[in-house]
Design a protein around this ligand. Sequence first.
Ligand code: BG6
Length: 486
Amino acid sequence: MSFDLVLFGGTGDLAWRKLMPALFQAHRHGNLPEGGRILGVARDDLSDDAYRAWLKPKLQEADSAKRPSDADYEDFARRLHFLRMDLSQPEAYGRLRAWLESGRADTIVCYLATSPHLFPQICEQLGAAGLNDKRVRVVLEKPLGHDLASAREINRVVRSVFTEQQALRIDHYLGKPSVQNLMALRFGNVLFEPLWRRESIASVQITLAESLGVGTRGDFYNRTGALRDMVQNHALQLVTMIAMEPPSSNDADSIRDEKLKVLRSLKPFTEDSVLRDVVRGQYRAGAVAGVAVPGYLEEAKVPSDSRTETFVALRTEVQNWRWAGVPFHIRTGKRLAQRESEIVIHFRPLPHPIFAGPAQANKLVIKLQPEDGLELHMLAARGSASALGQQVEALSPVFLDLDFDKVFPTQRVGAYERLLMDALAGRLNLFVRSDEQEQAWRWVEPVLEVWKRDPALPKPYQAGTWGPPASSALVARDGCAWPEES
Ligand code: BG6
């Protein structure tokens, strides 16, 4: 199979930070067909050689295992080309078409790594230039829109040019091996399914914590905020993976139909429940891993009176027979104590404890990053004898610990590498369908609306902590605690 991959936003942050490194790894792993071309598209005035020279030092900034040698890079760079385009000019798409025709590839993937407000224009122009035939797929980066109305408008235009099968909405969390493993855990094993329900599960906690701040993206982030940046997409996709019913097969629509049902079952927010069940925070100066860092309001390109949230904690429920009444607690934030993403499934306490020791011991910890693994926590007898007259020894907490990087030491690929390969191959399982995405916007929209009216500011938290105290109070209402507190 031959391919052309056109990268709109070819000199942007996403291109050099994530996409090109992923393509380089795919090339190095021998997964990219020989002769497949990669075309960077941007307004800059670069020749193919200048583009190759621009990218090289950026790829060489990677950690040593992923860093290309000069020879590796030369080999990869043969695929790279550059086309200067003003995306608003129809003639530019004519030149793109001419370039693509020179290759006659079987598959053309147009990856839109630009600001989402350009998506409709790019898609329309691709259509007008006849670049929407069966060979063409378009990949849309998040955030797709700013709210439900803008997401629908983008989807309307995309659908007027491409079929749903041709439009791939990316959520890179779905490409993480740990997230795919969640599907394997639930639907490749019989062990957990009988317990995977309200009768056995007391609560579900999702933490997506970052220690980094907003870095150079102050401008983008300030318009976006944590709810749009992390909850509407990544966190909700994880909720669907945890809560969905077993799909009838592993094909894309069977899976996405089940995920959509979960999104439709999320408890809708009301004005009262937003104020009660959603905490928003904003970081102040502090220290992360011993290094002093500025507060959000001091970050570059962030206005000093910004009300944008850098932290969200919320409580929701999935309103169906399997999950009724089980709290789902979600939190995410920048400049938290450490980079740690995990899902904790807390099982219910023993109905009738006969041993001394804790009564609520079982939990399954699904670690997404930095490690990728599973911990199954339980109680065990130490087996030691106690002296006469002393109390019987209490059971001790222990856990089974599975580290997937050790179990599968080779062949694990990063999220973008996996998703780019899927996009080239036309495998849609790990891409988000437009109805899923619109439903996710529908669910978060009342929160955005209440926040717009609410005069209260986001709650401050010191960088290097786990967010504002209100986040702990939120889960304490359900008798729960976040992992670092329990
Ligand atoms: C992106 C967000 O989608 O995900 C970023 O825009 C965030 O703000 C990133 O840092 C987190 O991804 P990961 O893979 O590092 O957890």
